[in-house]
Design a protein around this ligand. Structure first.
Ligand code: ATP
Length: 333
């Protein structure tokens, strides 16, 4: 029988985390469970830094980006001592179940913690990267994509006006969900992502890009936008721009969107997804479920073993990649 639930947000912050916290707290209150929130990811467990959470404490947060519980990386969780400290805090605070809103790293942390603590654990996928298996979308992804689109639409105006070439670098760590979706939605002339490019082919790609850009310029294409995933090209967008200048005398402006993609008010899709998942997490705990993540497939909530959620087997939709590679990129020139 569960009496006390703890919640924390971990890893990169994602728009919609607050909506998820709110819905966990409201659902727990509904089922007469006590809720506490730990601050700053797993650091809050290690340092025993927590706050009671009531419906009043989550009032007026659904529209706010970031997370009221703060988020952080916590290197100590990679050590035996850190895991034991975290487990001891949960024991001391008499927590029966821990809900972690975060990415795959956070779920690995949860599984590691579970080796030292026997309470129930549930994950809610909160990361802009969308790189978690077993769910169509993670909380924060849709907002990040919209933010990227808005930014590139603005860059496009300048690119058109000045007849310029821009290389825009997008977040996603090792996954191309943001890059591919933003690139498609902005009608980027080129999308360079993990799904269609490998670092081994840099030289070949460089000459291909130079040819494509020259062709577009001959066709009086006013603007040209290349979107590129972070951690893909050695040296990133700035280095790619430098290489295009050096090898083909092409002037490009590199633009790294960076942290702008993580913040901001969550779009409707993220607020709604987060709210559904928060309620489901509490209901799964009450139903006796353990070591699972709440996911959503085809608009249906489901549970996925945490150990499966972190496998990184799911990739960007092949339809999207092949439409870009075989049709859009070729005919838009
Ligand atoms: P995002 O995808 O937004 O970056 P994430 O949850 O994947 O989010 P990470 O930095 O990978 O972010 O992980 C968050 C935290 O989870 C780490 O700082 C660490 O405290 C914990 N963690 C990650 N992997 C492990 C692991 N193998 N063992 C123990 N703890 C871990």
């Amino acid at each position: 029988m569960i009496k006390k639930v703890a919640v924390l947000t971990s890893g990169g912050d994602a728009p919609g985390m607050n909506a998820a916290i709110r819905s966990v707290v409201l659902a727990a209150h509904h089922y007469k469970l006590q809720t506490i929130g730990f601050y700053s990811g797993y650091n809050g467990l290690i340092e025993d830094s927590s706050t009671p959470l009531t419906p009043a404490s989550v009032n007026g947060i659904i529209h706010r980006g970031g997370t009221i519980l703060k988020s952080a990386r916590c290197p100590a969780m990679h050590t035996e001592q850190g895991l034991k400290l975290a487990a001891a805090t949960l024991e001391k605070e008499e927590v029966d179940a821990l809900i972690v809103i975060g990415g795959d790293g956070s779920f690995n942390g949860l599984l590691a913690l579970n080796q030292h603590w026997t309470g129930r654990i549930i994950g809610i996928p909160g990361t802009i990267d969308n790189d978690i298996d077993g769910t169509d979308f993670t909380i924060g992804f849709s907002t990040a994509v919209n933010t990227g689109i808005e930014a590139i639409d603005k860059i496009r105006d300048t690119a058109e006006a000045f007849e310029r070439i821009f290389i825009v670098e997008l977040m996603g760590r090792r996954s191309g969900h943001i890059t591919f979706n933003v690139g498609i939605a902005c009608a980027a002339e080129q999308i360079l992502s993990f799904e269609n490019f490998s670092q081994d082919d840099e030289q070949e790609k460089l000459s291909h890009l130079a040819k494509e850009i020259s062709r577009a310029q001959q066709n009086r294409h006013a603007s040209y936008i290349i979107v590129i995933a972070e951690n893909l090209w050695r040296g990133g967008a700035t280095e790619l721009a430098r290489q295009l200048k050096e090898t083909a005398n092409i002037d490009c402006t590199a633009c790294i969107l960076g942290y702008i993609q993580r913040g901001g008010s969550p779009v409707a899709k993220d607020r709604i997804l987060a709210t559904k998942m928060g309620v489901a997490a509490v209901q799964e705990l009450i139903a006796g479920n353990d070591k699972v993540m709440i996911g959503e497939r085809n608009n249906q909530l489901l549970t996925v073993p945490l150990a499966v959620a972190v496998l990184h087997k799911e990739k960007v939709s092949e339809n999207l990649v092949s439409a870009q590679e075989n049709i859009l990129a070729l005919t838009a020139q």
